[in-house]
Design a protein around this ligand. Structure first.
Ligand code: AMO
Length: 446
């Protein structure tokens, strides 16, 4: 369909143009009508001198003008229209200094008169009507940023010879915690939805791929209703060989994020500031690194006692640690390193000489965890021992343990939640805003 995107009108000379989109507002005055038209690129003021009645000697042009006036009076918010008219540059028009005087108007698809959501609707109601909610320019911007962000990640990895893999989302076992596992009928038996590509991205290491990445859905049967948990989320995963320690993983991770933030700031920095009021900057390297034990001391010195007994930070602890890092180092990111083995999965490598600590990290961004990474245990006897210690039956993990029996390089990697990064980047309150269609314990629709 021939049409000009609204964002491309500004440089055009005065003259006839065709635009198409949905009706945002109609101001139906006695002598003149104004319509704000929106498309995926912007908003535009349309104007029509109203023809309210016809004289007895009315000609075709006047009859057409009356039809347009009546059509405009009947336009409901959201109706899709195509308009041809005269483009005029006029600095007095607040909306971009442009106006199109309607010559032809085609109602392409009508909207029902009552819009089910308004600007002040609750988040839950907006999610019920997500396709209408997504018409907000802020929402479209989120997913443009997501596109740029993912593209930059892929470019970074492809430039460094990583291979993109697609691992199965139907699995025969858990890959993370058993507690958060979706079980489903699978012909005569059972299958589980993949909680992460953990085992299969590791498999690529003995397979000789060396460096892999995947951006794909992950599923967690997590009954919580927090702002940062979903039952299905997009996980950004990388895994690579011949590392000395988790330090190599962090070095790649921070460089990757700096590259992706550079792309987002360059392409969307101004819009982000205009629509979200956030002055986004590219993080400097290296990101600060703080061992977990020291993180606890910092939080405690700030007057907060983390209530958890397992030794992990809680969300308030993460917020306070990030605030300290921001104040001390001026940084939005922090790697919390050297987690205790008690709170890490069996596949994390432990410190040489101190089995109580792991070669692992969490990455916090603006006060919230966005990522977990680690060096993996690749010595099969140690791996079996660590699995047993966590109450796992090595027999159930045979297919995974086999990866380590035929030669495997030392390796490591990380998983990062896409929606969390976007939420924290834009200062939004929930990953429901940065997930195209959110899935939670009570949300399977739309
Ligand atoms: P982890 O379980 O910490 O580690 O998950 C990695 C990252 O994924 C995101 N995430 C979630 N996002 C939304 N809703 C959820 N329910 C949810 N659960 C996790 C978070 C988190 O930091 N296999 C390891 C990673 C690795 O070591 O490579 C793993 O899955 O941003």
């Amino acid at each position: 369909m021939t049409r000009t995107l609204i964002k491309n009108l500004a440089p055009l000379p005065a003259g006839t143009v065709t635009v198409a989109g949905w009706v945002e507002t109609v101001r139906d005055q006695k002598k003149v009508q104004f319509v704000v038209l929106r498309d995926e690129s912007g908003a535009l003021q349309l104007v029509n001198p109203a023809t309210r009645e016809l004289g007895e000697d009315a000609d075709d042009a006047q009859r057409a003008a009356l039809a347009i006036t009546e059509a405009i009076s009947g336009l409901a918010h959201g109706t899709m229209v195509r308009v041809t008219g005269e483009l005029k540059h006029d600095e007095r028009v607040k909306l971009g200094g442009l106006e199109v005087k309607i010559a032809e108007l085609e109602v392409v698809s009508e909207a029902l008169p009552e819009t089910p959501i308004a600007d002040d609707s609750s988040l839950d109601k907006r999610l019920d009507w997500r396709f209408l909610d997504l018409r907000r320019p802020e929402a479209a911007l989120i997913f443009r940023i997501q596109t740029t962000f993912e593209h930059a990640l892929r470019t970074y990895w492809v430039d460094r010879d990583f291979i993109e893999i697609h691992t199965p989302k139907l699995m025969a076992s858990a890959s993370e915690s058993r507690a958060e596992l979706f079980e489903l009928e699978y012909f005569e038996g059972k299958a589980y939805l993949s909680q992460s590509p953990q085992f299969f991205k590791q498999m690529a290491q003995p397979a000789g791929f060396g460096r892999v990445f995947e951006i794909a859905p992950a599923f967690r049967a997590d009954p919580s209703f927090t702002s940062r948990h979903a039952t299905e989320f997009t996980s950004i995963d990388a895994e690579f060989s011949w590392i000395d320690s988790h330090e190599d993983v962090m070095a790649m991770h921070e460089e990757l994020l700096a590259a992706a933030f550079t792309a987002v700031v360059e392409k969307h920095g101004a819009e982000i500031e205009a629509l979200f009021g956030v002055e986004l900057s590219v993080p400097t390297l290296p990101f600060p690194r703080i061992p977990l034990a020291e993180a606890h001391e910092i939080v405690k010195a700030g007057g907060y006692e983390v209530p958890r007994t397992d030794g992990d930070l809680d969300p308030e602890g993460e917020r306070r640690l990030s605030a300290h890092v921001k104040e001390t180092y001026g940084h939005d990111f922090v790697f919390v390193t050297d987690y205790a083995s008690g709170i890490r999965p069996f596949y994390h490598m432990r410190h040489e000489g101190d089995a109580g600590l792991t070669n692992s990290y969490d990455l916090l961004y603006n006060g919230t965890e966005i990522s977990t990474g680690a060096q993996r245990e690749h010595r099969v006897e140690v791996l079996i021992e660590q699995a047993r210690e966590k109450g796992l039956e090595p027999e159930e993990l045979e297919f995974y343990l086999d990866f380590f029996r035929y030669g495997v390089p030392p390796h490591g990697g990380f998983g990062m939640g896409l929606a969390r990064v976007l939420m924290l980047m834009l200062g939004l309150g929930s990953i429901r805003e940065t997930t195209y269609l959110f899935r939670g314990p009570t949300r399977l629709l739309p």
